[in-house]
Ligand binder design. Structure first.
Ligand code: PMP
Length: 436
């Protein structure tokens, strides 16, 4: 289908398309790269001028199984020949039910579960809150600073970063309260965070009116901050004490990225609801809410869904993704690759004084930059690394409340030689960016 690169790249002119883009699309859709995609395969991407890039962004954590995995492509092609849309709520299809069964089995916890499908991550979050509210009959929601939950109204309200996500878009839905997320580097201890939660119960909302606490087991956009185990245990305890539902947003952490199928597999405690999206369908739009059966049934018939929710092409892709994760043992591979990257970065720390921290769980790895002279978060440094890597053909993404973190989100299917090549580029980009 996409094999003829000549045909797709011939005559491409990135600069001309940039001008057309600026004239035709709003600046609010911020775009990182100044080149346009022509084709992609596993961890590599070629632009319309024929330049090759190694993709360590995976379309923001969507491609744990790589660009155009042959199994995923085959599954979608097969589905294309049968039907592309019926609206599941009108005429159902068995693949939706089977995928729900698979996710119910794969999600942490032995309790009985149910799954509903949607299209985007933000939509899954919106629905998780709707479900939590209808199941508990309560309205309050607690989220964390630095958390990211999407760009829809409730997603935005839950997101714990103002610029650019909430700038000029208010008023936002009420009854949402934020508590600082623990981060040793930023001097917020687990106790600080839990004390702030108690303060919310004291000053803002009666815990008996709180429907849900939503958190990311490893904060994604917020800077790849793993939740400490005692923190997750304490959240579970607070939820049990007050009848609050615990929602794990696994949209960025799911599907083998952290070395387990879901990040919550690293913890002893279980969430009541879990949101999934991104790598679930290998590049096709699909999201879901997986949760305790009785909680999931809180919403009345017709209250959940959407015209495209659980689109059959995306569902077919997701079945193939789950097969690939299992057969290619991607969770184990995430550990191997993550360890290689972490030791590479740690080895470079003495030569890159701005690199203050290297952290991560499995292949959800990040490096955080501080200015050694001022001790302040250094967003400019992260940007220099990103630009220098891009010039050398490596796509890297930035994250963090202070935009001073580089996160690494390569496909877990990346070939060893391509991974090694990328680490070489990364080393040059880091050394290049450091003026010290
Ligand atoms: N939750 C988390 C943890 C995310 O990382 C994201 C996307 N970065 C979202 C929600 C929103 O997903 P989407 O962009 O598909 O709406």
């Amino acid at each position: 289908m996409l094999n003829n690169s000549d045909e797709l790249t011939r005559g491409g002119d990135n600069a001309a398309w940039q001008a057309r883009k600026d004239a035709a699309t709003p600046r609010g859709v911020g775009v990182m790269c100044g080149f346009y995609a022509a084709r992609a395969r596993n961890a590599e991407l070629w632009d319309i001028e024929g330049r090759r890039f190694i993709d360590f962004g995976s379309g923001i954590a969507v491609l744990n199984t790589g660009h155009c995995h042959p199994r995923v492509m085959q599954a979608v092609e097969r589905q294309l020949k049968s039907f592309t849309h019926t609206a599941y709520q009108v005429v159902p299809y068995t693949s939706y039910v089977e995928l729900a069964e698979r996710l119910n089995r794969a999600a942490p916890g032995r309790h009985s579960k149910k799954t509903a499908f949607f299209t985007t991550g933000a939509e899954a979050v919106e629905n998780a809150i709707k479900i939590a509210r209808s199941a508990t009959g309560r309205s309050g929601v607690i989220a964390f600073s630095g958390g990211f939950h999407g760009r829809t109204m409730m997603g935005m309200a839950l997101t714990g970063k103002v610029s650019p996500y909430k700038l000029s878009f208010g008023p936002l839905p009420g009854e949402v309260f934020h508590v600082p997320f623990p981060s040793a580097l930023h001097e917020v201890s687990v106790d600080d965070s839990l004390a702030a939660l108690q303060q919310v119960f004291l000053c803002d909302i009666d815990p008996k009116r709180v429907a849900a606490i939503i958190f990311e087991p490893v904060q994604g956009e917020g800077g790849f901050n793993p939740a400490p185990a005692p923190f997750v245990a304490a959240l579970r305890h607070v939820c049990d004490e007050h009848g609050i539902l615990l929602v794990a947003d696994e949209i960025q952490t799911g599907f083998a990225r952290t070395g387990r199928m879901f990040a919550m597999h690293h913890f002893e405690e279980e969430a009541d609801l879990m949101t999934v999206a991104k790598s679930l369908a290998g590049g096709l739009p699909l999201s879901g809410v997986v949760g305790r059966a009785e909680v999931m049934d809180g919403a009345a018939p017709g209250g959940l869904g959407g015209t495209y929710a659980g689109n059959p092409l995306s569902i077919a892709a997701a079945h193939a993704v789950l097969d690939v994760i299992e057969e290619e043992e991607l969770a184990a591979r995430a550990m191997v690759l993550g360890n290689l990257l972490r030791s590479k970065l740690q080895g470079l720390m003495p030569r890159v004084p701005s690199m203050a921290d290297v952290r991560g769980l499995g292949s959800m790895v990040a490096a955080e930059f501080f200015n050694p002279a001022t001790g302040m978060p250094d967003a400019t440094f992260a940007l220099r690394v990103q630009r220098s890597a891009l010039q050398r053909g490596l796509i890297l993404l930035i994250c963090g409340v202070h935009s001073n973190v580089i996160r690494f989100l390569y496909p877990l299917t990346i070939e060893h030689e391509v991974f090694e090549e990328a680490l070489g580029i990364l080393e040059s980009a880091l050394l290049d960016a450091d003026p010290h």
